[in-house]
Design a protein around this ligand. Structure first.
Ligand SMILES: Nc1ncnc2c1ncn2[C@@H]1O[C@H](COP(=O)(O)OP(=O)(O)O)[C@@H](O)[C@H]1O
Ligand SMILES: [Mg+2]
Length: 586
């Protein structure tokens, strides 16, 4: 057989595809734990630095959530110890409500399990794959369990070692012992390999600093691998109000959600089930709905069919409902944001704005808060930054993103907050180069459901309504900066004028005295009086102008901006023709 023919035969055997029978031998089921074990990147648990920060994030957000629900002023301590090359131990401790013997295993050793996923409530965690994801990473990189000590209000505490059985997605507990000492709260100790501690903008220290900014009621202590201790003192002793659990609004609910709710309800009839489980669902709405559906609303909700739920959803679209309740949201608040921002930067001007609650697609209430610190020591310096005339490093814009008061440090490009900040025409507000300006922009979105772009919870999806609210909040603050900058410019001009006039008054007085032979001092005095009178008239005019600025509208700013743009274009053209002429000459 020729070589060619031999080749062709072998290929044909290899290329023969498998039939359904053969393929079906490979058909297997997997647990959610196995899925995430293979896809740790989806939980933000890849990348040496990112994984380290994400673990700290998971432990700390859980502590804050638990303290908030239990109405406890949080005291949190995080310690990172280096055990070897890219091998660390993370210890995180809180003074929260603790976990019961029944739930501690599932909390740390089962994915998609927790107290938050099924509730419409403003919390930092929402999927039930946070600390359990960390347990998984620990066991697949070091083979070790996660040690948890937890004690409830009775003071009775237990210590237990937890791993996850990936095949079943169930916790495995070992060495469960009762502690002799009293302890209230939860402490976790786990080890990880393939992670790295550095001191960068995306590292645990910065993460905790930002957590402290958005959670002024929390006391946070951090001990880094070299033993350096940093304490972020609480700046507020007021425990935030407990976030309220909210119900789904009929306008945003899906057929599937109705079916799910109908299986869980204690109500005996569909009409009472709808009234109990949904927001803004009153007798009037039930009466309207009765006329729209083909079945009896007195039937047992457990017997509700898909087609019937579909009729309900269709009916809801034709009924006038009051907008969803939003009073369960807990924004940080303007005063507290101001205090927090001033504790980290020394700006020349600071403005904050907490918008009213709104609802985005799906019927989820949310609220946007922004703070912009401008000028002076606002913004950040970068290593090898350019220097200004006085040798100071040029400061740059710093955008701090938060979702339910938890900092977002990764995936900034894909986040609605970054997009909103970048979409603002800062020039319109007197800020020429928004990248290179001493400015700290703080944006927090609070909601009963944050639409994260992935399970890693690092970026907010750019839903229309969310983008609109963020933009409106930023524009409002921008207007105030514009007013301030305008005022400052005029003040500076006034001072300049004063200095100049005074200088000339003396010089002119000397000259006049020489020419007339009269004494200089009275002439100078007279001149100064005239100047003061003139300046007073001008200042009165300025004050009038200032009053106008105080009430400047977005449209007026827009007009002003158009004018400056036109001027700029004209100036550029002029410059170009000049250069051209110069070129012609040469
Ligand atoms: N420090 C803690 N104190 C009290 N409860 C906790 C703590 N950490 C975790 N839990 C419980 O464990 C559950 C699972 O946590 P996690 O996997 O991070 O998911 P999520 O926070 O999204 O619910 C939480 O819902 C909470 O009930
Ligand atoms: Mg969590």
């Amino acid at each position: 057989m020729s070589e060619e023919k031999k080749d062709a035969k072998e290929i044909s055997i290899e290329e023969k595809g498998n039939n359904a029978e053969q393929i079906s031998k490979e058909f297997k089921e997997h647990s959610v734990a196995e899925f995430f074990k293979k896809n740790m990147q989806m939980l933000g648990l890849t990348g040496k630095i990112k994984a380290m920060t994400t673990i700290v994030h998971e432990y700390v957000t859980n502590s804050l959530d638990a303290c908030e629900e239990a109405k406890i002023l949080p005291d949190i301590e995080v310690q990172i110890n280096e055990l070897g090359n890219e091998h660390y131990e993370i210890i995180s401790k809180d003074n929260g409500p603790g976990l019961t013997n029944e739930t501690v295993g599932k909390a740390f050793g089962k994915l998609l399990a927790g107290t938050k996923f099924h509730r419409m409530m403003q919390m930092r965690g929402q999927q039930g794959i946070g600390c359990s994801g960390a347990t998984m990473l620990s066991q697949i990189t070091t083979g070790r369990p996660t040690k948890v000590i937890t004690g409830t209000e009775t003071g009775k505490a237990i210590s237990v070692e937890i791993t996850i059985d990936p095949k079943k997605n169930e916790p495995k507990l070992a060495n469960l012992t009762e502690l002799k000492k009293e302890f209230k709260g939860t402490a976790v100790k786990s080890q990880f390999k393939g992670v790295k501690y550095v001191n960068s903008e995306q590292a645990p220290l910065e993460y905790l600093r930002r957590t402290a900014i958005a959670n002024p009621h929390a006391q946070i202590t951090f001990i880094d691998p070299s033993g350096v201790k940093t304490v972020f003192e609480r700046t507020s002793k007021i425990i935030p109000k407990k976030p309220l659990e909210m119900k789904s609004h009929p306008r945003g609910i899906t057929i599937d959600e109705i079916i799910t709710l109908s299986k869980r309800t204690k109500a005996r009839k569909v009409n009472s089930f709808l009234k109990e489980e949904l927001d803004r669902m009153g007798d009037k709405a039930v009466q309207d709905l009765t006329k729209m559906v083909s079945f009896d609303l007195n039937k047992d909700p457990k017997q509700l069919e898909w087609d019937e739920a579909e009729e309900i959803v269709k009916g809801f679209q034709k009924i006038d409902f009051i907008a969803p309740r939003t009073d369960g949201l807990r924004p940080i608040g303007e005063e507290r944001i101001k205090k927090s921002i001033l504790s980290i930067v020394t700006p020349e001007f600071l403005e904050v704005n907490t918008r009213k609650p709104q609802v985005y697609a799906g019927g989820f209430p949310f609220q946007i808060e922004v703070g912009v610190a401008w000028g002076g020591g606002a913004g950040k310096t970068v290593s090898n930054a350019e220097k200004d005339e006085e040798g100071r490093a040029v400061r740059k814009i710093e955008i701090m993103r938060f979702a339910n008061n938890a900092p977002l440090l990764f995936d900034s490009g894909g986040c609605a907050i970054t997009k909103a900040v970048q979409s603002i025409e800062w020039k319109r507000y007197g800020i020429r180069d928004a990248e290179n300006v001493a400015m700290t922009v703080f944006v927090n979105m609070v909601s009963v459901h944050i639409p994260y772009t992935s399970a890693g919870k690092q970026a907010i999806s750019d839903e229309d309504k969310i983008m609109e609210e963020m933009r409106l909040a930023l524009m409002d603050v921008g207007r105030k900066i514009y007013r301030y900058v305008g005022f400052k410019k005029r003040e500076e001009e006034k001072q300049k004028k004063r200095k100049l006039f005074n200088k000339y008054a003396t010089e002119v007085a000397i000259a006049v005295s020489e020419l007339t032979g009269k004494p200089m001092k009275p002439i100078e005095q007279k001149l100064l009086e005239i100047i003061i009178k003139r300046l007073k008239i001008e200042e009165a005019k300025d004050a009038k102008e200032q009053a106008k600025w105080e009430n400047v509208s977005e449209e007026e700013i827009e007009k002003e901006y158009e004018k400056t743009k036109e001027k700029e274009v004209k100036a550029k053209k002029k410059k170009k023709t000049k250069v051209k002429n110069k070129g012609d000459e040469e």
